[in-house]
Write a protein that binds this ligand. Structure first.
Ligand code: F6P
Length: 339
């Protein structure tokens, strides 16, 4: 437990940073608001001024800034989405776009920025911080949980529970009608959401980009497991699986087994919405606090993350270069559950 002395020491702001900006970028994820709240309140507690940057890097380029006080983040911890709005900004990928953004930050007197987003956002942050030697700190926010260096990204837990709830419902229909459902779960390049939701729902097959034998698993299930029309099945397909999405996989199965009733359900953007779980709210709060502390400790060009429940600082370069691996135990467990 921290002592009163530690707390007052921490409250002293001896860094040259006086005003920080905060933005959300890329796909929204539940818990981003909790992270904004933590960043704003921690910064104010450390005698920093806070400027909200609306619509991610697009707002940075356009100077879409708003001063933020503690009451601006009241009552948002339980809200999905992001009060600062978000965008996928092509202009920030250009030298000219980043130059405009830098000018806007200097003009507004913003000394450092906290970027809440995913891999694409951190790639932009890496280039910008190297070009301008400008202090940027990242907080991982994406439902995909695909960022290297952190066990966990904000929004993942909520999305996982949303997917589980949806598949449980689909399972009722699958078993009542004796159908096979191909359920597509988000994750452009990563299968963590798919493998974990699939295991949690007792899916018969899970197809993810990180596994190379999921096509064989599907064949095995179709040939051996699915013998008569009384048997139903759930095949979870990650959006980014190399076979293509659920529609493609289902199409192939339909061609091969025309007698079997097959349906496709693409869960889509409902996975990104909703009130964040307690885990997402708490992790977002811890990471928001850590992001401000990192800036005050003169760290820059790093993402804060959680490794074994402990705060870590991961250089943007590593966060975007490497992949978040899928635990082999998960793949093994999935196979054992479907012998
Ligand atoms: O990165 C989060 C994510 O939801 C991916 O899983 C998905 O592929 C992508 O965003 C969809 O992005 P958009 O909402 O821009 O279509």
């Amino acid at each position: 437990m921290s002592s009163g002395k530690d707390h007052s020491e921490k409250n002293k702001n001896t860094s040259t940073i006086k005003t920080i900006g905060v933005l959300t970028s890329g796909g929204d994820s539940p818990g981003m608001n909790a992270a904004i709240r933590a960043v704003v309140r921690t910064a104010l507690a450390r005698n920093l001024k806070v400027t909200g940057i609306r619509r991610g890097y697009q707002g940075m380029i356009e100077g879409d800034f708003l001063p933020m006080k503690s009451s601006d983040v009241s009552g948002i911890i339980q809200q999905g989405g992001t009060i600062l709005k978000t965008a996928r900004c092509k202009e920030f990928q250009t030298t000219e776009g980043r130059a405009k953004a830098y000018q806007q930050l200097i003009k507004a007197g913003i000394d450092a920025v906290v970027v809440i987003g995913g891999e694409g956002s951190f790639t932009g942050a890496l280039i910008f911080s190297e070009e301008y030697h400008y202090p940027l700190i990242g907080i991982p926010g994406t439902i995909d949980n695909d960022i290297f260096g952190t066990d966990y990204t904000i929004g993942y837990d909520t999305a996982l529970n949303t997917v589980v709830e949806a598949i449980d419902k689909i399972k009722d229909t699958a078993s009542s009608h004796g159908r096979i459902f191909f359920v597509e779960v988000m994750g452009r390049e990563a299968g963590l959401l798919a493998i974990n939701s699939g295991i949690a729902c007792g899916a018969e097959v899970i197809m993810i980009p990180e596994s190379d034998d999921d096509r064989q698993q599907l064949d095995r299930f179709m040939q051996k497991g699915y013998k008569n029309k009384e048997t139903s099945g759930i095949v979870v397909v990650a959006e980014g699986d190399e076979v293509g999405g659920a529609l493609k996989v289902a199409e192939k199965v339909r061609e091969q087994y025309p007698e079997i009733e097959v349906r496709v359900s693409i869960l889509g953007h409902m996975q990104r919405g909703g009130s964040p779980t307690a885990k997402d709210r708490v992790s977002a709060t811890l990471m928001g606090v850590a992001a401000i502390q990192a800036l005050l400790d003169n760290k820059q060009g790093v993402m804060v993350g959680l490794d074994d429940e402990q705060i870590v600082h991961v250089p943007f370069r590593n966060a975007v270069k490497y992949k978040h691996p899928v635990d082999q135990n998960l793949l093994e467990a999935q196979k054992l559950m479907n012998i």
